[in-house]
Design a protein around this ligand. Structure first.
Ligand code: MG
Length: 404
């Protein structure tokens, strides 16, 4: 079987609000690029990637000559063709490769009549649990919808918990001064004493500030302390002073960094991202290394529509050592581009698709509608804050948003 065509379509899908993070915000929508690989047998495989609020269409167009004629079952060949580790120093294609790998796995599953998890060792769970992933939000136009104060955050969390059944809550911080975010985090702990919590300021805190914050929350029901500060060495210093497991999706995102972290321990829980690591299969391999060294794993979300979500579900289904709820931005979306609309949560978990391949199909009308919306609106700068024109953060940061 050979790949005979590749299509990349950039879409923008609205979120329920603008969601803030340490580097800026998602400006009320996601921009994602959906990739379709078509074979000479008429099978179409799906992939997806983000682009920091920008289109990735030209980057995929540039790979046509590598992909057309390729046998989708030859995944290791594809890896070296697209992102050979030394050539990648120049062309940086790991994330593009991830979307192509998703599509090839989708094709393989469809050809064999098997769900993708069956190609990864089979599933050890039917449903993948998720965390609520709470973001601070500026008010909507005309006011309302703001998430800034402890009371607003607790109300927002309660609504998501009632709607989707979450029992794990992740607070995305790094927006306001750490003292204000500490107050918010404590309010969540007080309001949901039986639920688990995690705090992730996207490495915005200085080491000493992170130690102070970490020690202040030690007694709470924490899963882990995610990227409180930047760098393996900063994380190691925090870990030496705070009795909460550390976690990262920023400084252990490849095998070299994983090895460095094992040789000189800084991070306890590795958040595996099917895009950052270059595909589902590298995540499975990394999960195996973590299993050997008894390092925890979780599933990271870099913002996803249904295709990428399916990759996270198949990963979550196949790795035995997933002891933490996965992350997803998914419930902040208003819509999706897959047939049947958004996948739904039951008791804070999403059922793993059992249909052949990734188990999701494109809704062509939705794809066209949101591709048109992208053409109309264009991209947005992920590393800018719509409420603070011209602002940018330092690392460690001290340019916190005004808390009024
Ligand atoms: Mg993170």
């Amino acid at each position: 079987m050979r790949i005979v065509d590749m299509r990349a379509t950039t879409v923008t899908v609205p979120l329920e609000g603008t969601i803030r993070h340490a580097n800026g915000a998602h400006w009320g929508r996601f921009v994602r690029t959906i990739v379709e690989l078509e074979t000479d047998e008429g099978i179409v495989g799906l992939g997806e990637m983000g682009g920091g609020g920008e289109s990735a269409e030209p980057a995929f167009r540039g790979l046509r000559k590598y992909v057309i004629g390729h046998d989708p079952f030859q995944l290791e060949e594809l890896r070296f063709k697209i992102c050979n580790p030394t050539a990648s120093l120049y062309n940086n294609r790991t994330q593009l490769h991830a979307a192509l790998e998703f599509a090839c796995l989708d094709i393989m599953g469809k050809k064999l009549g098997l769900p993708v998890y069956s190609l990864l060792g089979g599933k050890v769970r039917d449903r993948v649990p998720f965390a609520s992933y709470l973001f601070f939000r500026p008010p909507h136009e005309g006011g309302g919808g703001e998430v800034r104060t402890p009371d607003q955050l607790v109300a927002h969390c309660r609504e998501l918990k009632e709607r989707h059944g979450f029992t794990v809550h992740k607070l995305k911080g790094g927006v306001f001064h750490p003292d204000a975010e500490l107050e918010c985090y404590r309010a969540l702990a007080a309001a949901f004493p039986n639920d688990r919590l995690r705090y992730d300021p996207n490495a915005a805190l200085g080491v000493e500030q992170a130690i102070r914050f970490g020690q202040a929350i030690e007694g709470l029901n924490n899963d882990y302390f995610e990227d409180p500060t930047w760098g393996l060495h900063g994380m190691r210093r925090v870990r030496s002073m705070v009795r909460i497991p550390t976690a990262t999706n920023t400084v252990v995102v490849n095998f070299e960094q994983l090895a460095a972290n094992i040789l000189d321990h800084a991070v306890d829980v590795i958040l595996l991202d099917t895009t950052f690591w270059g595909g589902i299969r590298p995540c499975i391999k990394a999960a195996g290394v973590c299993e050997t060294f008894q390092i925890g794993i979780a599933v990271h979300s870099s913002g996803e529509l249904g295709v990428q979500l399916a990759t996270m579900l198949h990963l979550g289904a196949a790795v035995p050592n997933l002891t933490f709820a996965a992350d997803a931005h998914y419930h902040h979306l208003k819509d999706d581009v897959i047939v049947g609309g958004k996948l739904s949560y039951e008791d804070g978990a999403i059922r793993v698709p059992d249909r052949p391949g990734l188990g999701v199909e494109l809704d062509r009308e939705k794809l066209a509608e949101y591709a048109e919306l992208y053409r109309e609106l264009g991209g947005y700068p992920y590393d800018q804050d719509p409420t603070r024109p011209g602002w940018f953060p330092l690392v460690p940061n001290d340019r916190w948003a005004a808390n009024v």
